[in-house]
Design a protein. Structure first.
Length: 311
């Protein structure tokens, strides 16, 4: 299929950010990467992407978060996603992507991955490709470990590099308060490298067996039990993130002392995620954290993955 007209004039896709409510990191592998085991939950903080026909591949970026550090060239995952779809279907035209970001940049909530997932869905619809879920997932896996989950949404277990996904049964709704940072974000490779450094000189060597999500996490999700889930949240990257950004410790303490069931660094940070007992508790915590001078947002999960919301 080359040089065909677009099936639609413009497509609007929304994709969610995520929280890693459990994240176990194995030892560094010979290729420099790590095997992980993650429990992902998609939450109600979204990225919006509009796609429309263009002669070339171009992108514009705005948002309610700081976007000055987001690349607007082929380093951008969304633009790379669009090119992948075009190559897959033999489309010789281009696309303009308009991205409005609400997920913190370099904040550990997968905003860039959500952009890429949204771009895959948008271009598939814009060009009438009808690639199907399985093919979109294969393309997503080529873009990064979090992109397949951004497509899937809901709650899922990720193994391998995090992109081998299995949907997880999750009852009810979980309410979180996320605290975003005004300071610089944290680079994921930098956090992993620092974790390896810490492990080399501190007795926090990972288990020799492959990483796995604790069964009690799955039980808490199936039961829709926030209190039980709070007992087993975990993030192996947290020790490295807090070492690189010691100021985050104070914010974690404020949240945990102000009614949160549990507080963790989200992914590679520096965003913090506080699990609460329900919507009212989340609202109270949000007010308390805001009064303490922190930027706090109430979100809930699980929510669906990347989907078309308008044309």
């Amino acid at each position: 299929m080359t040089g065909f007209a677009s099936a639609l004039p413009r497509v609007h896709v929304r994709a969610p950010g995520k929280i890693n409510l459990f994240f176990q990191v194995g030892d560094v592998q010979p290729d420099g990467y790590h095997d992980v085991a993650s429990a992902y939950q998609a939450v109600s903080l979204y990225e919006d992407v509009w796609a429309e026909p263009s002669d070339d591949f171009t992108i514009s970026i705005a948002g309610t978060v700081e976007v000055s550090g987001v690349p607007a060239d082929d380093r951008n995952l969304a633009l790379r996603a669009a090119r992948l779809v075009a190559k897959e279907i033999g489309h010789t035209g281009g696309v303009h992507l308009e991205i409005v970001k609400h997920v913190p940049v370099a904040g550990g909530m997968g905003g860039g991955s959500a952009d890429a997932a949204a771009a895959l869905v948008a271009c598939d619809a814009l060009w009438g490709a009808d690639l199907g879920t399985a093919m979109l997932q294969r393309l997503a896996a080529r873009l990064g470990a979090d992109v397949p989950f951004s497509l899937l949404g809901g709650t899922a277990i990720g193994t391998g590099r995090g992109d081998q996904l299995s949907p997880a049964l999750s009852q009810g709704r979980f309410d979180w308060v996320v605290v975003t940072s005004d300071a610089r974000g944290l680079s994921t490779p930098e956090v992993y490298a620092h974790l390896d450094e810490l492990r080399s000189r501190i007795d926090i060597v990972p288990a020799s067996r492959p990483p796995a999500v604790d069964p009690v996490v799955l039980q808490a999700l199936r039961a829709g039990d926030a209190v039980a889930l709070a007992e087993c949240v975990r993030n192996d990257l947290q020790v490295a993130a807090l070492s690189l950004r010691p100021d985050l410790r104070d914010a974690l303490e404020v949240g945990e002392e102000s009614g949160a069931l549990a507080g963790i660094v989200s992914g590679s940070g520096p965003t913090l995620a506080f699990l609460t007992a329900g919507p009212e508790a989340a609202l109270e915590l949000q007010v308390t954290l805001t009064a303490a001078g922190l930027r706090a947002l109430h979100v809930h999960g699980p929510v669906p993955g990347a989907r078309i919301v308008g044309i």
